[in-house]
Design a protein around this ligand. Sequence first.
Ligand code: LLP
Length: 421
Amino acid sequence: MHYFSYRDARLHAEDVDLDSLAAKVGTPFYCYSSATLERHYKVFTDAFAGREMLLCYALKANSNQSVIATLARLGAGADIVSGGELERALAAGIPGERIVFSGVGKTRAEMAEALKAGILCFNVESEAELAALSEVAIGLGRRAPVSIRVNPDVDAKTHQKISTGRSATKFGIPISRARQVYAEAARLPGIAITGVDMHIGSQITDMAPFENAVALLAELARDLMAAGHKLKHMDLGGGLGVPYAASDPVPPEPEVYARVVEEALGGLDLPLVFEMGRMIVANAGILVTRVLYVKQGEGKTFVIVDAAMNDLIRPTLYEAHHDIVPVAEPRPEAALKVVDVVGPVCETGDFLALDRPLPEVKAGDLLAVMTAGAYGAVQAGVYNTRPLVPEVLVKEATAVVVRPRIPAQELIARDRLAPWL
Ligand code: LLP
């Protein structure tokens, strides 16, 4: 469910006409809908009404300060994976006690900053990290609140590059060794055990592996509590999928997801933490791009647009599908033509869609690449010295540029000429 729809034959973001917005901002640009962000946050948290829970929004999905602040106002916490994301979360008004810190490679400096900010929990991924964290905490005269991220060795049945719950990935500690690692952690003077944690992958649509993993984590939590560990929460990670294409498996609604969680917990009554990213922001954002040329190749038609793989890398990196629709509403009887939608970057892998049936488009037309709010702008770069793509946030009839386009001059000015040149 999102707030992008045709009105008077033009695509709108809430009450903002995207054609007029494109004329003002220039293309390409990302456009986010506040109402959609708010709705997704609410639908998820409402699904767990009656249970103590904290939604720690995974900043990596979209870390624009205005997006984070929108969620912070609703009470969201943050799941961070770097010192930079810690700064972003704090700057957007998320208090330390609502922040969890994930990731396999936290540096000592990052640990120290997070300890000073008084974060809720470090999700620790290795024994070596545990030892380092204990030392850093002692140095600061503190104890670090810790969950061990457990790798339950389940196959999340999602794209290989975003699946994290198998033992062959770099993530977490095998569940078979978790009890022993918890015992070791309890002996470290700078560590205070506060929870258990898992995250098995992203874009999950099949609930069975997730249910399996939650049940394993619940069993572990019960054993740990029986062994005397004082657990204060259980972090079930993020990963709930979103619909990208009509032909995709339909991801479960948050109520169904919540029911699966409750069943798998089997009455275990610990406060829950979630690290949702994609399901909060994916449908809340689109990428608006203009057609530069239509080129007839041999047996193929290329729609060359002004957005490229550096602006949205998901299609080429994960074979991801994003629906693409014209901003000017096509007539219902408009014939479809199969085209490749490609960008100006000099790589064959520079495409937004391959073999895609689209209504006939011509140079100057605007297209909207849908479901681009998650892992879109955050994974954008400036390859080919393309200006960094701007971001716009809409609330009802108001649109604000929340990150301006970074032009080539600014990119060039960041370089320094070596003294011998
Ligand atoms: N927690 C941890 C520890 C994670 O590694 C991730 C995502 C999340 C939470 C949030 O997962 P979500 O709810 O967004 O599925 N760039 C890829 C996705 C990478 C996901 C990485 N980890 C893409 O564009 O599909």
